[in-house]
Design a protein around this ligand. Structure first.
Ligand code: CMX
Length: 442
């Protein structure tokens, strides 16, 4: 398969680069850690190397070195489509090179062979209480697929360490192939009549999700899916879901165990679940005014929200210090495809007003919109109005990045992760100037 070939080709050079760093510069200090960083979520501590993507505070995400506009421009697309195929994106993330049209199609065709969801997984979803959160179903379904892990089987058979990445890649292709079908099964069972279109072999991975949930405005929604699944695929290595995945995978847990763990992190309200809160807030604003609000009315509304101690969803970011380019890409989509949508117009007006209001607080480091400030508006416009499903869409996309990180972690033989914890008393002793008596076994 093409991804195996390409990774095998570039791997020796990557292994050399890493070996050189570790052997020739092993004591080189990368950063120091302060007590406030330890107590504030190890914020900003440079603990990991992740080459799939990098978030620059002022420029936003780069996927394998390419900005969002570059990725949108350079990746191959199907004839008649505005947005690229996810197969090309997966090639870029995994193989560290822009694919040709044929290479992107090879990944898409490989996915098509493995799209079917085993009966036991469908039965498991159908046996759950209907009120189960779709992220719970999604994570459970990924776990239920683990029975077919090639890595887990080959590991028991005595797989050589330098080959760990190969079955990890096989598992990754098989898992990612199934994600649109899995999401569509969950969607249709939870919110529709439970029936589902079989995947359309003429469509790509992203377009098939739109087809399987039978979106009435299919062509435009297919395009939105292509854009959405591309934009959410990765956000460097140390956010909650990526870091969880890295940690779990470092124990040689296979890609199913790894991805389900990542999805459990993504399901948290401070991480992936935030996007459902953003649309809820936008609708609250919309419903609070009898007619379309003026800038002054919106400014007063936002000030009242902040004064009452509430956060404004969709604004701010832990790393970014500018408007999220993933917001901008979807904003452009809306400008083209749904300029008259009143919620989109409200997103525009809020964008005009809110950064200045947030700056007035004097404490918010990034007063600009993040990707979630517009995600839900687009889904809502195309009739996907079940807010609690939005994180599943995010997860479908994010597992592309998570599996790419995992394959490369195995390819570069990254060891089990094991930092060190301290006690409060130890810190108290250190700040009081007592000698550091902690033994760290290396
Ligand atoms: N509305 C109100 N207050 C905000 C705010 C917002 N949108 N963003 C930050 N603040 C506040 C913080 O709560 C913090 O207040 P305290 O000092 O009183 O605790 C202060 O401003 C400083 O925060 P920060 O350093 O600028 O931001 P953090 O890194 O602590 O938090 C984030 C980042 C995303 C959690 C925060 O901006 C937030 O809660 N935003 C709204 C929720 C949201 O949109 N989440 C989606 C994130 C998308 C993503 O991760 O990709």
């Amino acid at each position: 398969m093409i991804l195996h070939d390409r990774i095998a080709e570039i791997l020796p050079d990557w292994r050399n680069r890493v070996n050189r760093l570790v052997t020739e510069h092993r004591d080189f200090k990368v950063c120091d850690v302060t007590i406030s960083q330890i107590y504030q979520g190890i914020r900003g501590v440079q603990i990991q190397v992740a080459d799939i993507s990098y978030v620059d505070p002022y420029e936003g995400i780069r996927l394998r070195g390419y900005t969002i506009p570059e990725v949108l421009e350079k990746l191959p697309r199907l004839p008649g489509c505005e947005f690229p195929m996810a197969g090309g994106l997966y090639f870029l993330l995994m193989a560290d090179a822009l694919p040709t049209f044929e290479e992107a199609m090879e990944v898409e065709n490989e996915w098509k062979k493995h799209m079917e969801i085993p009966r036991h997984v469908v039965n498991m979803i159908h046996s759950m209480p209907r009120e189960t959160h779709p992220m719970t179903l999604f994570s459970q379904a990924i776990m239920a697929l683990q029975v077919d892990s090639i890595f887990a089987r080959q590991y028991l058979d005595g797989l050589t360490k330098t080959d760990y990445w190969k079955p990890t890649l096989d598992d990754s292709i098989r898992l990612t192939a199934k994600l649109p079908s899995l999401a569509a099964i969950i969607y249709n069972w939870k919110y529709r009549n439970g029936e589902i279109n079989a995947p359309n072999p003429d469509l790509d991975w992203s377009g098939n999700f739109a087809y399987m949930i039978e979106n009435p405005n299919n062509h435009e929604y297919e395009e939105l899916c292509r854009l959405f699944f591309l934009l959410h695929s990765d956000h460097e290595g140390a956010n909650v879901s990526a870091h969880t995945a890295h940690l779990v995978n470092s124990a040689l847990s296979d890609i199913y165990l790894t991805s389900a763990a990542a999805m459990n992190g993504l399901a948290g309200p401070l991480h992936g679940l935030a996007n459902q809160e953003c649309l809820r807030w936008l609708l609250k604003v919309y419903n609070s005014f009898e007619s379309f609000p003026s800038k002054d009315e919106l400014a007063d509304f936002a000030r009242r929200e902040l004064k009452s101690g509430r956060v404004i969803p969709g604004y701010g970011h832990a790393v970014l210090r500018t408007t999220d380019p993933r917001f901008t890409a979807q904003f452009e989509f809306a400008r083209k495809y749904l300029p008259d949508d009143e919620l989109y117009q409200l997103v525009c007006r809020i964008y005009e007003v809110l950064p200045d209001i947030l700056k007035e607080t004097g404490k918010i480091k990034n007063p600009y919109p993040n990707v979630d400030a517009i995600n839900g508006t687009l889904q809502y416009h195309y009739g996907v109005r079940e807010f609690d499903f939005y994180t599943v869409l995010f997860g479908v996309s994010r597992i592309l990045g998570i599996t790419a990180h995992a394959v490369w972690a195995r390819a570069l033989n990254k060891p089990i992760e094991r930092p060190k914890s301290l006690t409060t008393a130890m810190l108290e002793e250190r700040v009081a100037g007592k000698p550091d008596t902690i033994e760290v076994a290396m």
